[in-house]
Structure formats: C-alpha cells, structure tokens
Design a binder for this molecule. Structure first.
Ligand SMILES: N=C(N)NCCCC(=O)O
Ligand SMILES: [Zn+2]
Ligand SMILES: [Zn+2]
Length: 327
C-alpha cells in the first residue's frame, strides 16, 4: 500500500469519481456527503443524484425530520465501496453524487411543495435516477409528481408502518399522512402496481383500509414477515410490480423502534433492519427509477442507530440500481 500522501484522495473507477478513499483521508475527517461521494459540482456526468430535503412542516406528532439529511450523511461515513451481497461496486458502476439540500420554505407548505417538485424535476434533467433523503413523508408527493412527469404513472413500493393514504389532518390536505392519497388522486400512480410493506398498528377506522384498496394499494402487513419470511415478501412485491417503472419510498418507521428509534411516529412490531436491507437488495431485478428515505428525526436517535439504518437502506437501493445498470 503506498503512503497515504501519494494515493489519490478518491476511489476512482474508469471515469467514475467515487467516495473519498478512507485509506487516504480518515473517514471521520472532512465535511459529510452521502457515503463520502463527490458533490454534484465536482463531476460532469451524473447517473444518480442523492438529494436532501430538509423539511418537516407536515408532521402530525414529533417534529425533527428536517435534520434528517444532515444526520443520514453523518451516519453514512462508514459505507465502503464494495457490496459483497450483490457483488457490485455501486459507485464504480454508476456516477453517484450528493446533490446537497433543497432550500425549502419551512413556513409555507404550499411553497415548499412547489419548490420540491421543481427541484426534483430539475435534478431529473441532469440525473437518470434520484434518491431523496427527507424530511418528512410529505416530500414524496412532489417528488412523485416529477417522477410521473418523466415516466408516466408509476408503481410505488411503500415501506412504512403507516398507510399515508389518509385524507386530511385539521383540514390540511398536504401532510406526512396523506401523500399517497394525493398522488393517487392526481393520477401519478399506476394503481395496479402499488403496495405498502410493513403496515401495522392502530388505524382510525376500518374505512382506512377500504379507502386504501380503492386508491390502488395492496398491503403486506408487518406481521406477515413471520409467516412468509423475507423471500415471501419479495415474491409478493415482484408479483405486483413486475417490469413497471418503480419508485421505492422508505419511511424509516417501517423498522421496529428497536432498529429505528429516531423517528416521529414510531409503532411497535416492525421489521428488523436486516429484513429491510434484504428486501431492498432484491430490487436489483426491478425497473427501479427512484426512491426516498424519509422520517429520520435525529433528536430521538441514539448512537446513530436510525441514521445508520437509513444510510444502509440508501446504499442497498443504490447497489440495486447499479446492478440494473450493468451492461
Ligand atoms: N408518515 C408518517 N411517518 N406518519 C404518518 C402518521 C400519520 C398519523 O399519525 O395519522
Ligand atoms: Zn410515512
Ligand atoms: Zn410512517
């Protein structure tokens, strides 16, 4: 191994600029980008952009997901270039960049939603695929608008303890509990290809479930993990999504609070991080066009447990995209 001073500071692979080399610059040094990837202004071509959306004005309970993007970046410093589970170097296959944070209005929610849609739209003109890091789940609606603009109505695999197809809260239509109802109403979703995974906990009434079906969703409940296992869940997803363009929305509260305490609306009885990562990894066979990781609220996190789970979820999604993009 050459002395640190003579080594390039980044892992390079052909024309791709990868993460800062942890053998040259200690991984705890320097400003955080996702997985220590280059900033978008440091490269010319972009395959996948990771973009922060620090916004939590749509929450119904604990606030704090506005600090999610910075926390997930900090918690992603230990990710390494090679993913043995998929036998892929995601950042060698694809040019992945950190596109920084969108600056959105924390006081006027309508303004914020417009800005997020515009920001996602602009990013998709530069990058083939977009992974956003929230932020509360409200942000999925404007991102889906940008995705549907590009791909047409889209299949959504939605990991969450919650349905997020509720109608309104205190008369407000745009909240973190309503993005997928609005998306269905706006015709953004392919109603024959959507499903929730990890749903659990008390609802407001049984009508929540009948409404949800009418909006085009199937459900793989959290407790079904015990009966059908990871393989069974993957089969259910693949059967539903098939070769449709698919958007993967990961609300970190899909994990049990033991694996993700740092979130705003925690529910007992969730997935393990191992289960979630295995399912995300399997998406290497799908037509994955984008995704989000939302609801990380660092004030309730300890030892970066939630941040690390979110960082690894992002890494598996990027790895799956890299396998799909393989020549
Ligand atoms: N999207 C998240 N995390 N939560 C939605 C919960 C809405 C509710 O409390 O009814
Ligand atoms: Zn949610
Ligand atoms: Zn949730």
């Amino acid at each position: 191994m050459p002395a640190a001073e003579s080594r390039p500071l980044r892992v390079l692979s052909g024309s791709r600029v990868g993460p800062v080399d942890a053998g040259a610059v200690p991984r705890f040094a320097g400003p955080a980008t996702f997985a220590r990837l280059p900033r978008i202004d440091e490269v010319s071509d972009v395959d996948v952009a990771v973009m922060g959306v620090p916004f939590d004005s749509g929450v119904s309970y604990r606030p704090g997901a506005r600090f999610g993007p910075a926390h997930v970046r900090e918690s992603s410093r230990l990710l390494r270039p090679y993913n043995p589970a998929l036998d892929v170097e995601p950042f060698g296959r694809l040019q992945v960049v950190d596109a920084g944070d969108l600056a959105v209005n924390p006081f006027f929610l309508d303004d914020a939603i417009t800005a997020i849609e515009r920001g996602a739209h602009g990013m998709l003109e530069r990058a083939d695929r977009l992974l956003t890091v929230g932020g509360d789940h409200t942000i999925a609606l404007p991102v889906l608008r940008a995705m549907a603009h590009r791909h047409g109505p889209i299949a959504v695999v939605h990991f969450d303890a919650h349905l997020d197809t509720w109608d309104s809260y205190f008369g407000a239509a745009y909240t973190h509990g309503t993005p997928f109802r609005r998306a269905a109403e706006e015709g953004l979703l392919d109603g024959s290809g959507c499903l929730h995974v990890g749903t659990r906990g008390p609802l407001y009434s049984s009508k929540d479930l009948t409404d949800d079906v009418e909006l085009g969703f199937q459900i793989v409940h959290s407790h079904e993990m015990d009966d059908i296992g990871v393989r069974g869940v993957i089969e259910r997803i693949v059967e539903r999504v098939r070769d449709r363009p698919v958007y993967v929305s990961v609300d970190i509260d899909v994990l049990d609070p033991a694996f993700a305490p740092g979130t705003g609306t925690p529910e007992a009885g969730g997935l393990t991080s191992r289960e979630l990562l295995a399912i995300l990894r399997s998406f290497a066979g799908l037509n994955l066009v984008g995704g989000d990781i939302v609801e990380v609220a660092p004030a309730y996190d300890h030892a970066e447990i939630t941040g690390i789970a979110a960082a690894h979820a992002g890494y598996e999604l990027l790895s799956a995209m890299a396998v799909i993009g393989r020549p």
